[in-house]
Design a protein around this ligand. Structure first.
Ligand code: GAP
Length: 446
């Protein structure tokens, strides 16, 4: 499929129409940079997080997990440099007074809203969300919503190394919410003010940092490719010295070819996730060290950091396909274009849909019993409304890998028809073997 300019609009519309993503509190006009994930969206996000955890924690001997507090002692953010320096350069248009991130208007030097080119001098804008802990709103009770999950990993480093009896090199992984008061949230869920991160802090001997850095860049790209992102839509961007964060010795942004421009860099290409060599900056800032047979030292940290929502957006965009004229054989559907989300099976929100050919009692009973049995193992759907062609299309549009049709013959031969979303091949499978069959098809190891 060519990457049409309106792909983003189609995804935004599909996401709302089918219950993936909605603006938060739309009834009250929403809130800039905040989104709600509907029934299908939450399944997609859960699947992304599960696949990430499986690959980077469960399948590894050298990585353990953590789930730390979102609000923590503000000293953490002082020591990490966030209170002093977690800021974007903000510019304000002198004419319409709208505010932007300086890097977003760098190329055009024009106000995206009124087109003028005169701005107030850039100033630092701290992205941390402030709150108060306890019943008194005083400077002594100020706390912050975490802007990244990484810092709580560092402050737990010594405790986890001891309790889990881990030796360098080893990693600590965390999935959780992060909050940033972004100047210009936008491009749907690409840049939001509340989002989730999947972060791995991998602690290495400083003598081996370059080797581990290259290793983690490869591993992260492999994860996206294994989950179906097309190779031509991914690339590595090694940050130049002047792009690097103050703590980083090297950073590779894994970029995706988005169907929109973020204003910074090449049209379309922008950060999907990043891998940074954070050196010993963070552990030193928190006064932490490590000891083994070789002596005492401060490990370097290699950090692959992923955004859940940004990954979800990339998976949705990459999976979207339109078949002009339709794929199904009914004359009714031949007239229209058909949408198919070729999501990787493990990411698809609904794995199996049970579609009885008729609502007649005996057939519906068989189909319902089958549905009850299948949904014990997989997130499933039951749909007995409209023609079978229309029902297939409804499932294709949300990426359901398998549709199970119960027809009149099923009552005699005790078999059902299983249709594959991508090949559209249909196979007759005995009902007694259906769970085993689906289990095999859906649980193919990545
Ligand atoms: N601990 C390192 C760190 O937080 P980052 O590049 O600021 O690094 C890592 O963020 C990832 O988190 C990004 O690559 C992106 O996927 C996601 N992310 C960051 N800010 C985001 C935002 N405002 N909205 C959505 N995702 C965001």
């Amino acid at each position: 499929m060519s990457r049409e300019n309106d792909l983003m609009e189609k995804i935004v519309s599909l996401a709302k129409r089918r219950g993936f993503i909605f603006p938060t509190a739309e009834k009250y006009g929403g809130l800039g940079g905040f989104w709600d994930w509907g029934p299908l969206g939450v399944e997609l996000k859960n699947n992304i997080k599960r696949e990430w955890w499986k690959r980077f924690v469960q399948e590894r001997r050298d990585v353990v997990g953590l789930d730390s507090a979102i609000v923590t002692n503000p000293e953490v953010w002082k020591k990490s440099g966030h209170i002093g320096g977690f800021a974007d350069k903000l510019v304000e248009c002198k004419y319409c007074h709208h505010r932007f991130k300086q890097e977003d208007i760098k190329e055009s030097n024009q106000c995206p809203d009124c087109g003028k080119s005169v701005f107030e001098p850039a100033r630092d804008f701290n992205l941390m969300f402030k709150t108060f802990v306890g019943p008194v709103e005083a400077s002594t009770s100020v706390a912050y919503l975490r802007p990244e999950t990484a810092q709580n990993i560092y402050v737990n480093f010594e405790t986890i190394a001891q309790t889990s009896r881990l030796k360098v090199p080893f990693g600590i992984a965390q999935i959780g919410k992060a909050f940033r008061n972004e100047i210009t949230p936008g491009n749907f869920v690409f840049r939001t003010r509340e989002f989730e991160q999947m972060e791995l802090e991998y602690f290495v001997n400083p003598k081996e940092d370059d080797r581990w850095f290259s290793y983690w860049v490869k591993e992260t790209i492999k994860w996206f490719l294994d989950l179906g992102i097309k190779k031509e839509n991914l690339r590595e961007h090694e940050q130049a010295k002047d792009e690097l964060a103050h703590y980083a010795k090297a950073t590779v942004d894994v970029e995706y070819n988005w169907p929109f421009s973020t204003g910074a860099g090449d049209k379309g290409w922008a950060e999907l996730m990043g891998v940074a060599n954070r050196t010993d900056f963070d552990l030193k800032a928190h006064g932490l060290k490590y000891k083994d047979e070789s002596g005492e030292f401060v490990p370097y940290v290699i950090e692959p950091s992923f955004g859940v929502e940004r990954s979800a957006l990339a998976f949705l965009l990459d999976a979207y396909d339109e078949v002009k004229g339709g794929r199904t054989t009914t004359t009714e559907s031949n007239k229209e274009k058909e949408v198919v989300l070729h999501l990787h099976k493990s990411l698809a929100p609904i794995k199996v849909a049970v579609l009885p050919l008729s609502k007649k009692t005996d057939l519906a009973k068989v189909a319902n019993d089958l549905y009850e049995a299948i949904r014990k193992n997989f997130i499933s759907a039951y749909d007995d409304v409209a023609s079978i062609g229309r029902r297939y299309r409804r499932q294709d549009e949300i990426g359901t890998p398998y549709c199970v049709t119960v027809d009149f013959e099923s009552l005699n031969d005790k078999k059902v028809t299983v249709r594959d979303r991508d090949t559209m091949e249909q196979e007759r499978v005995p009902m007694a073997e259906l769970s085993k069959y689906l289990n095999h098809k859906l649980n193919e190891i990545l």
